[in-house]
Design a protein around this ligand. Structure first.
Ligand code: 6A9
Length: 749
């Protein structure tokens, strides 16, 4: 048992940083690298927002007004509603260029972002925004604002429009950035009373920290906004800088970047001759949105910490140290913040585009590790991130993990070096990254290997499932990432989760590879990773613990009965009042046994290629995968088998099935990777694997493309019977793995 307080600092350990040099301090992330990534569209939570990668950056963002039921509505933060038909990046290179389209009721907004080489050193260079408005019912005009700050020097923002537009402008002072659109709208409404128009007040307070430009147009129009910083004195050079980022020069710069994006897309993913144009569009949207969704966040997580052993309280939390996080996000409108296991999947795609971005993002995440080797799963950093999440989900529990998918990426990078995918300079960077990362990865492994360990040797289970509640049909396991995927009905310490066991195998095996690769003498060796990996890939042992002969499937083990159901009951509360509530009733006797739910969890030994290529068990897995009565569909593999007693079952009155049938891309990608693998190795089942591989791959692509054609959106998950997109809209996190499926890029082991 670890002491609660850190010896040295006397601070609670849960909020004490891991005591080793930070990855983000590595020299590879300074200088030119830092400068080149300084400004970006790092506010994925906004329909269009720009900021710098510095804690309290100057920010820019777009708002627009639409009439809805006769009332003006302001758009600013991305919303998950379908008011906007769709929106997203058509192209984005993660560095200095992006082009987005937003489909509003009666118009299409196109927003482009581009950086120039010009600009003073140290402030990340100049940049420009072009906003193009089309389909709505005149000499050049210029407006400008300016200011001075330590992190950008003297700056100016120049607004130029190509057609005649009516513009108004006001400045005001507010500490509140979250409710900005509300504040602006109030100002508009006040004006409306005076003038009958929705018009800004054309005023400016002293020391304003917010400037709002209002542009009104009845035509198709284009507005360019150029930002220049680090201004020393107003010389003719200034004029050139603004000129080059507006009007025709901006048009050609954007065109140049557009061409370069497409060339790089072809080079990285090599799809053009294999796939039709509609599919290519989706592939570009996948990488564009993945890169365009990268954000920069700054703030402090809330970490659960009981203040009194007697009573639970609302402020049973401590603040983590103030931290920055540069990360991709799963969904801009719905989940615009970092998620640990999502990030590993994101980076499988991103490293193939820009390995430097990947290294820095993985570094940022590893720097969030505390002294116990724990990394908080969900990162809610800063006011804007907080505004997008219900209160009860904010606090993170230090007992809870999340799959170590970052190791999938690290293993990919190592294999990339082995197969000479990188040039020498990049290879050196990856190696010095790993050199510094090793102690943290080692601590991460130990955190899992102590806190999530099961009773039997070589067994593990996701800790933290609620074993008291009677409000859930099957107590969830958010840690696993598979939330409501059914596990043993009655959680206890006898549980063994087959997915976690396989993740631990991946972790041990990756650590072993890093050691071998780096040379054991160069790094501190604290665990015998090779023996642990051997133990966890021992086929006989795995089968003894998790294989069910009757089903031919790998299953969890635990205290379980199938005889549970939700029923309405009269409940008497402490204060004596009665209410009718849905509660779980157990009418069977739970016993220690394999848990008979077949689904994604059952395929982990297959995903991690622990099954020998000549084993008849492999044949069984192929049968299960391709069986239309179990998990196979024309749209991809179902998360839970149709034969499972909890297939598509609500977990409580308001908890709709989530991982109980729907089709998810990350797991389909993993299973597909292994089908690909088993189709290429020698063995009696390789042609069977090949056939299933081909069919699953084309089912997945066809369905995502069909949905994109119909809705303009990539979705969080897809319906198990009709294939229609559902869940969060514009979910271009791991669903974007469809691009790697198109290009047939899979992890090597
Ligand atoms: C709930 C609701 C306004 C759930 O993609 C992020 C995660 C995955 O890591 C996880 O595996 N998603 C998956 O099961 C979304 C998690 C959202 C949790 C917060 C708040 C807010 O709605």
């Amino acid at each position: 048992i670890k002491p609660l307080l850190d010896d040295e600092s006397q601070r609670p350990r849960v909020i004490t940083p891991f005591p080793s040099p930070k990855l983000t301090d590595l020299s590879m992330f300074q200088g030119e690298h830092k400068e080149s990534l300084y400004w970006g569209t790092y506010r994925p939570q906004m329909y269009f927002g720009v900021r710098a990668r510095t804690p309290k950056s100057l920010v820019a963002g777009l708002m627009w007004l639409v009439m809805k039921d006769g009332k003006p509505v302001m758009r600013h933060f991305c919303e998950n509603s379908n008011d906007l038909k769709s929106f997203g990046w058509k192209e984005h290179n993660g560095r200095d260029f992006g082009r987005q389209e937003l489909f509003e009721q009666n118009m299409v907004l196109e927003t482009s972002f581009v950086k120039s080489e010009e600009g003073s050193l140290g402030y990340g260079g100049d940049w420009s925004i072009r906003i193009n408005v089309q389909n709505m019912l005149n000499d050049d005009e210029v407006k400008r604002t300016s200011g001075s700050r330590q992190d950008v020097g003297n700056w100016q923002m120049h607004l130029k429009s190509q057609n005649h537009l009516e513009t108004h402008y006001c400045g005001f002072k507010t500490p509140d950035i979250v409710n900005l659109s509300g504040l602006v709208q109030q100002n508009l409404t006040a004006q409306e009373e005076k003038s009958g128009l929705l018009q800004l007040s054309d005023s400016s307070e002293d020391s304003s920290n917010i400037y709002v430009f209002q542009i009104s147009t009845t035509n198709q129009s284009t507005i360019d906004i150029a930002f220049v910083s680090g201004i020393k004195e107003e010389t003719s050079n200034m004029e050139n800088r603004i000129m080059s980022l507006t009007g025709l020069p901006l048009s050609s710069l954007l065109e140049e970047k557009h061409i370069a994006f497409n060339a790089k897309f072809n080079e990285c993913f090599n799809l053009s001759d294999k796939l039709d144009p509609e599919t290519l569009v989706v592939g570009k949207a996948a990488i564009g949105n993945m890169l365009g969704g990268i954000g920069y966040f700054y703030g402090q997580s809330k970490i659960h910490f009981p203040k009194s052993p007697l009573a639970k309280s609302e402020d049973d939390f401590l603040l983590y140290w103030p931290a920055e996080l540069y990360t991709a996000v799963p969904s801009r409108p719905r989940f615009p913040r970092g998620f640990l296991w999502d990030e590993g999947f994101h980076q499988l795609l991103i490293w193939r585009w820009d390995v430097h971005i990947t290294l820095e993002i993985v570094g940022n995440w590893l720097d969030l590790m505390n002294i116990d080797g724990w990394i908080p799963r969900e990162q809610v950093l800063g006011a804007e991130a907080l505004s997008k999440i219900p209160k009860q989900y904010v606090v993170q529990f230090p007992s809870n993990g999340n799959p170590p998918t970052l190791l999938l990426v690290i293993r990919d990078l190592i294999n990339g070096i082995r197969t000479e995918k990188f040039n020498e300079a990049d290879r050196d960077k990856i190696l010095s990254f790993l050199d510094r990362a090793f102690v943290r990865l080692d601590a991460w492994f130990k955190w899992f290997n102590t806190s999530q360990i099961g009773k039997e040797k070589g067994s593990y289970y996701w800790h933290g499932r609620d074993n008291i509640t009677n409000r859930e049909l099957n107590p969830q396991s958010l840690s696993s990432g598979l939330d409501d995927y059914p596990r043993a009905s009655h959680p206890n310490e006898d549980e063994r989760h087959v997915d976690l066991r396989c993740w631990m195998y991946l972790a041990a095996d990756s650590m072993n590879s890093i050691q071998e690769f780096m040379g054991k003498n160069d790094i501190l060796v604290t665990e015998d990773y090779s023996s642990i990996a051997k133990l966890l890939s021992d086929f006989t042992l795995l089968n003894q613990m998790h294989y069910d002969k009757d089903h031919g499937a790998y299953l969890d083990f635990g205290n379980h009965t199938e005889e549970v159901r939700l029923v309405w009951k009269e409940v008497i509360h402490e204060d004596g009042h009665l209410s009718r509530e849905l509660v779980r009733e157990t009418y069977g006797k739970p016993e220690l046994r394999l848990v008979p739910h077949i689904g994604y969890v059952s395929f982990f030994p297959f995903m991690f290629r622990i099954i020998p290529a000549d084993s008849s068990i492999l044949d069984k897995q192929l049968d299960l995968i391709s069986n239309g009565n179990i998990v196979w569909s024309d749209y991809g593999l179902l998360s839970l088998a149709k034969t499972s007693s909890l297939y598509m079952k609500y977990n409580s009155e308001h908890q709709a099935p989530y991982w109980r049938g729907a089709i998810w891309m990350n797991m389909n990608y993993m299973i597909l990777s292994s089908l690909h693998h088993y189709s290429t190795v020698d063995g009696p089942y390789n042609s069977k694997a090949r056939t299933i591989y081909e069919e699953l791959r084309s089912n997945l692509i066809r369905n995502v493309v069909r949905n994109y054609d119909q809705t303009g959106i990539i979705w969080e998950h897809y319906d198990q019977t009709k294939g229609t997109g559902e869940g969060a809209r514009v979910f271009t996190g791991w669903s974007a793995l469809i691009l790697l499926i198109m290009s047939e890029e899979y992890p090597l082991f």
